[in-house]
Design a protein around this ligand. Structure first.
Ligand SMILES: Cc1cc2nc3c(=O)[nH]c(=O)nc-3n(C[C@H](O)[C@H](O)[C@H](O)COP(=O)(O)OP(=O)(O)OC[C@H]3O[C@@H](n4cnc5c(N)ncnc54)[C@H](O)[C@@H]3O)c2cc1C
Length: 370
C-alpha cells in the first residue's frame, strides 16, 4: 500500500481525503494556498448524502450540535402562505435528513479533525512543479522545499492548478446563466426546517444553519453575468427580495452592509474519466464542480475522499485502486453535475414544476450507496 500522500487543497474534499488516508495508515501532508485557511462566511445546505459522508467520517454529532440537522420541509407561496408542510420523519437515518451549517463552522470541525489526526498541515504554500514516475511524484513547493510522495491528491477546487498541470487541455469552467445570492440572519423559532418559496421570479429558499441562525439562497437569471459592487449588492438583493413574504421581509430589513452578502455567478465543470494520471488524482470541485441546485457538491467531494481511501486500502496496486475509484465515482458525479445544471436551465426557462420534479427524482437516485 502507499505510505505517503500529499493532499493539495484543504476544502471539504481535501480534508476528507486527508483524514481517510491517514486512518488507513498513510503519512499525509496537506497544503493550502490560503495562509489563513479561511472560508467565506455563507451558509451551506447539507443534504442526506453529505450527512451520510460526515457520519462515515465520525463528525456527524458535531455537525448536529453546531449546525442544524432535521427532516421535513415547508413550501410557501411567494407571499409567504404555507402551500405544504412535509412533516419530519421519526428516527430518520442520516441519508433521510438534511440541514445546514455555516461554512466556517464546518471548516472548523473538519480542520480540527485534520489536526487531531496528526496530519501535517502547511499553509500559504502551493505546488510549483510536478514530475512523476511509476514509484510516485516529485514535488517542489513555492516555499523552496521539495519532497517525494507515493500519491498526490489534487483537491484545489474549481480553478485547480493541479488539473491545469496534468490536463492542460480540458475545457475551463462554464458559466450557467444564473447567479447565487446568500445571506445569513437570525432565525426565528418558526423557521424550523428548509423553506422553499414557489412561484416567484427568482428561486428562493431558507435553511436553518444553527440553533439561532438561518441562511437564504436566491438564484437569479443573469444572462449577461454582471458584476455587482459594494452598495449595488445591497440594493439589488433588497429589490430581488421585495416581492416575498414569510420570513423574507425580516431578513431583507437586516441587510445594512455589502459584507453581509455573498454573490457568486454559477459555473460548472465535469472532467472526463479518468481524473487521474499516473500517481496524481483529482477529487472534489477540481474534477467535478457543480451548481448548488442539488446542494450536493460538498457531499460528493467528501464521498470522493472516503472512496479513494477505501480503494487504496483494498488494493496494493495504485493503478488498480485508482481505476476502481473512478468506476465508483464518475457516474455519480456526472449525475450531480449534469442534473444540477439542467435544473438551473429549466428554472431559467420558467418551468418550476419540471425543475422540482427533476430535483426530487435526482435526490432519490443519490440515496443509493456511494
Ligand atoms: C454559490 C454556491 C453555493 C453552493 N452551495 C452548496 C450547498 O449548499 N451544499 C453543497 O453541498 N455544496 C454547495 N456548493 C458546492 C460546494 O461548495 C463545493 O462543491 C465544495 O465546497 C467543493 O469542495 P472542494 O474541497 O472540492 O473545493 P473547495 O471547497 O473549493 O476547496 C479548495 C481548497 O483548495 C485551496 N486551493 C486553491 N488553489 C490552491 C492551490 N493552487 N494550492 C493549494 N491550495 C489551493 C483553497 O484555498 C481551498 O481551501 C455550492 C457552490 C457554489 C458555487
Amino acid at each position: 500500500m502507499i505510505r505517503s500522500a500529499l493532499v493539495v487543497g484543504g476544502g471539504v474534499g481535501g480534508m476528507t481525503a486527508a483524514i481517510s488516508l491517514k486512518r488507513i495508515g498513510v503519512n499525509v501532508d496537506l497544503i493550502d494556498a490560503d495562509p489563513h485557511w479561511r472560508v467565506y462566511g455563507a451558509g451551506i445546505s447539507i443534504t442526506g448524502i453529505s450527512l451520510r459522508a460526515f457520519d462515515a467520517l465520525g463528525i456527524l454529532d458535531q455537525i448536529r450540535q453546531r449546525g442544524f440537522v432535521g427532516s421535513g420541509m415547508r413550501g410557501r407561496t411567494m407571499a409567504g402562505n404555507v402551500l405544504m408542510d412535509v412533516p419530519a420523519i421519526e428516527n430518520p437515518m442520516p441519508i433521510q435528513q438534511g440541514g445546514g451549517i455555516l461554512r466556517p463552522v464546518l471548516h472548523e470541525i473538519l480542520s480540527s479533525t485534520v489536526r487531531s489526526e496528526g496530519i501535517n498541515v502547511t499553509l500559504g504554500v502551493k505546488v510549483e512543479t510536478l514530475s512523476q514516475d511509476e514509484t510516485g511524484v516529485d514535488v517542489t513547493f513555492t516555499d523552496g522545499t521539495a519532497r517525494h510522495y507515493d500519491l498526490l491528491v489534487g483537491a484545489d477546487g474549481i480553478y485547480s492548478s493541479i488539473r491545469e498541470m496534468i490536463f492542460p487541455d480540458v475545457p475551463k469552467p462554464q458559466f450557467t446563466g444564473q447567479g447565487c445570492w446568500r445571506l445569513v440572519a437570525k432565525r426565528p423559532p418558526e423557521v424550523d426546517r428548509t423553506e422553499m418559496y414557489f412561484g416567484g421570479p427568482v428561486k428562493l429558499g431558507i435553511n436553518p444553519v444553527s440553533q439561532d441562525e438561518m441562511y437564504m439562497f436566491l438564484l437569479e437569471h443573469v444572462p449577461d453575468n454582471p458584476r455587482f459592487s459594494g452598495e449595488e449588492l445591497v440594493t439589488h438583493l433588497r429589490d430581488l427580495m421585495a416581492p416575498f413574504g414569510g420570513a423574507v421581509p425580516a431578513m431583507r430589513d437586516s441587510i445594512i452592509a455589502p459584507a453581509q452578502i455573498n454573490y457568486r455567478p454559477l459555473e460548472w465543470l465535469l472532467l472526463p474519466d479518468p481524473w487521474y494520471k499516473g500517481r496524481i488524482v483529482l477529487i472534489g470541485d477540481a474534477a467535478h464542480a457543480t451548481t448548488p441546485h442539488l446542494a450536493s457538491g460538498a457531499g460528493i467531494a467528501a464521498e470522493d475522499g472516503l472512496v479513494l481511501a477505501e480503494e487504496l486500502a483494498r488494493d496494493n496496486d495504485v493503478a488498480v485502486a485508482l481505476r476502481a475509484f473512478m468506476d465508483r465515482r464518475f457516474e455519480r458525479a456526472r449525475l450531480v453535475v449534469e442534473n444540477s445544471v439542467h435544473i438551473g436551465e429549466i428554472q431559467m426557462a420558467g418551468e418550476e414544476t419540471a425543475s422540482n420534479t427533476m430535483l426530487g427524482a435526482t435526490m432519490g437516485q443519490l440515496q443509493a450507496p456511494y
